[in-house]
Design a protein around this ligand. Structure first.
Ligand SMILES: [Ca+2]
Length: 216
């Protein structure tokens, strides 16, 4: 069963979407392993499925962002994900995008949740402080599974608890995010994918299969 974003010529499987705060992302390890949410709205596909996607060959992780001024950005990484025996350690190599890259700092990081501290912060659990499961380092260069705010948080510390992406000393606060995985394609096709951040990309999503609700 797959959920595909066919707005690009080579197709992609969407693994995460945030857009309205309708789903609580402050979940346990078990939920992050198995997935939660609703494919038609907000969801996390689940680490087991993301791991099996990543083992199907060279994969690219594509992240789309929308900020509070409707500004749209994207970033892409070559991507690999270890299995449960390594707590889903992530491996990222920055490929392209129109946003600074804080996530390369997270390469080699294990996944953490509020009930499973695998991060590099010696006396804190980042997932407990910032909420949501993520490949936390110590603690934050980005967390797309943080708390959903209905408007841009005013304070820096509040922004850090939201859906955010670090840009130097600032935290880029996000209203929408979507993470997808697609197979790596030849360089000629890669150049054509740069238009994937075009306006409306969050709306241009077709379903290969009928949407399926994941049971919580
Ligand atoms: Ca820790």
């Amino acid at each position: 069963m797959a959920f595909c974003d066919m707005s690009k010529d080579h197709g992609a499987t969407v693994i995460q979407r945030r857009r309205d705060g309708s789903v609580n992302f402050d979940q346990t390890w078990e939920k992050y392993e198995n997935g939660f949410g609703d494919f038609q709205g907000e969801f996390w596909l689940g680490l087991k499925k993301i791991h099996s996607l990543a083992t199907q060959g060279n994969s690219v992780l594509h992240i789309q962002f929308e900020d509070w001024k409707q500004g749209r950005r994207y970033i892409e990484y070559r991507f690999n994900l270890n299995g449960p025996e390594s707590n889903y350690t992530i491996h990222l190599t920055h490929l392209s995008g129109d946003l600074a890259d804080p996530m390369s700092n997270h390469t080699g990081m294990m996944f953490s949740t509020k009930d499973r501290d695998n991060d590099n912060h010696w006396d804190s659990n980042c997932a407990h402080i910032y909420t949501g499961g993520w490949w936390f380092n110590a603690c934050g260069d980005g967390n797309l599974n943080g708390r959903y705010f209905q408007m841009r948080p005013k304070g820096r510390s509040e922004r850090r608890r939201g859906i955010q992406w670090r840009l130097g000393q600032k935290f880029y606060s996000l209203k929408l995010s979507q993470i997808s995985v697609h197979p790596e394609v030849s360089p000629s096709m890669t150049s054509s994918s740069s238009g994937s951040s075009e306006a409306g990309v969050f709306q241009v999503i077709q379903y290969q299969h009928p949407p399926v609700k994941i049971l919580n």
